[in-house]
Design a binder for this molecule. Structure first.
Ligand SMILES: [Zn+2]
Length: 443
């Protein structure tokens, strides 16, 4: 038990605190103190009077919980929200998304798209996001400027795109970015080989070696559809997960995104190697990609985090929607209403995401000493009344618009739903210009 600090930057008195760790806990009439960007106390309200705080926030009717961790996305693609819908993955990518990207993606596209994504994510409770996209340096700097925490996994392909020519150049540019931001408190950088069907084996081996040397994350799309798995078996005689295992890519630094086509052997391999799974239920449903067996993975001890994927395939970046979809889809696919309960769904959106990104010592739960990344949710409105079980409301009734306050590293990024670092008028004007340009280009 830590001693009560005498002073704090901020002292918050909400009605409920959901720390996520220990699992399923709801604290009533507790207060939380933030100091120097970290959580300095979590204590019964009657003892909080001992702390002299610069700013005191009374939040009756609010629940405070860790900020959500969006463990997979392509933030800048927010500019392509609703650009092409109702198509299967490959025609959607090959006939619509990749040509539009080839024509329009630039540092300015990424800057504005990332700013739009961050504004949307803060308003729906996300405080950390993972990103894989071109011009990752622009994403990193935009996130820092707006005070948002993120994991950048720089893209790697074996063919040229707007950002680099070949795997070697993607990797060298990405590692230069990693050096550039190595002192950042908010940004971490890892490897983002796009998928086994777009990156060759020698390049994947290079990624495995460098990741081990540098202790850096690997983030890869894997088993997104049954078709991808089947094609790999026809081409290489093995499933993509087995290919990654053979090449030395599986392990606790690796985050595999989607994972829809998994048998018991695959699940055992993930559990044995400590590889993380990032589940993107809404993107998988919208592209009819398939379903990740979340209930089974959790049962076998595999860490499952959640991601929105991009706004071009979702079509939003709302992690509350995602955790709800994850719980419902898990129940439906397992024909078991007890599969993935409210506490598990909230854990997937917070501490499991932090664990996947290698940040669980610092974020993902409300514990003294961790970074002050938290949100306050107003449960006093009709959509979230009455409050029998705060965990149930947060998992099944909250749609993100009840998030009233957001802090990252103790910095207030939203207060009473007003963003403190984003000028929405200027942003909206830029977004309208992009829509006009992209629409002209598509004709
Ligand atoms: Zn993706």
């Amino acid at each position: 038990m830590s001693a009560t600090p005498a002073t704090a930057d901020t002292l918050i008195h909400p009605e409920w605190i959901v720390p996520v760790v220990p699992s399923g806990t709801v604290l009533e009439n507790y207060s939380i103190a933030l100091d120097g960007g970290r959580i300095s106390a979590l204590l019964p309200r009657e003892r909080a009077g001992e702390i002299a705080a610069e700013s005191v926030l009374e939040l009756p009717g609010h629940a405070v919980m860790p900020g959500l961790v969006n463990a997979h996305g392509h933030a800048a693609m927010s500019l392509l929200r609703g650009f092409a819908d109702d198509l299967p993955l490959m025609p959607w990518l090959e006939d619509h998304i990749w040509p539009a990207e080839q024509a329009h993606v630039s540092p300015e596209f990424v800057r504005d798209g990332v700013e739009l994504a961050i504004a949307e994510m803060i308003r729906a409770g996300t405080t950390t996001f993972s990103d894989m996209y071109f011009f990752p340096d622009v994403c990193a700097h935009t996130a820092e400027k707006l005070g948002m925490r993120c994991q950048i996994t720089f893209p790697i392909f074996d063919f040229p795109t707007v950002w680099a020519r070949d795997a070697e150049e993607y990797i060298s540019k990405g590692l230069a970015l990693r050096d550039d931001v190595k002192h950042s408190d908010l940004v971490t950088v890892g490897f983002g080989p796009h998928a086994p069907y777009t990156v060759s084996e020698p390049s994947l081996v290079k990624v495995a070696t460098l990741s081990a040397e540098l202790d850096a994350a690997i983030h890869i799309h894997l088993h997104e559809t049954a078709g991808e798995v089947l094609q790999a078996v026809e081409l290489n005689g093995e499933r993509p997960l087995d290919t990654l295992n053979r090449l030395g890519l599986l392990g606790p630094r690796t985050q595999c995104v989607h994972m829809t086509d998994l048998g018991d052997q695959d699940i055992a391999l993930l559990a044995r190697t400590g590889t993380h799974v990032v589940h993107c239920p809404q993107s998988n449903m919208k592209l009819a990609s398939g379903a990740c067996p979340v209930g089974k993975l959790l049962e076998r001890g595999v860490n499952v985090a959640l991601g929105t994927d991009s706004a071009a395939s979702n079509n939003d970046l709302n992690l509350f929607g995602e955790l709800q979809a994850a719980a419902l889809l898990a129940k439906l696919t397992a024909s078991d209403a007890t599969a993935v309960n409210a506490a598990q769904a909230l854990a997937m959106a917070t501490i499991n995401g932090a664990r996947a990104l290698g940040l669980d010592d610092n974020i993902g739960s409300l514990e003294v000493g961790k970074q002050a990344d938290l949100i306050a949710i107003d449960l006093s409105q009709p959509e979230t009344q009455p409050v029998y079980h705060p965990l149930s409301l947060l998992a099944y009734a909250c749609n993100g618009s009840q998030v009233a306050y957001s802090w990252v590293a103790g910095e207030l990024l939203m207060a009473q739903r007003r963003l403190t670092r984003v000028d929405l008028d200027s942003l909206n004007a830029r977004i309208r210009r992009w829509r006009h340009r992209i629409e002209q280009g598509a004709k």
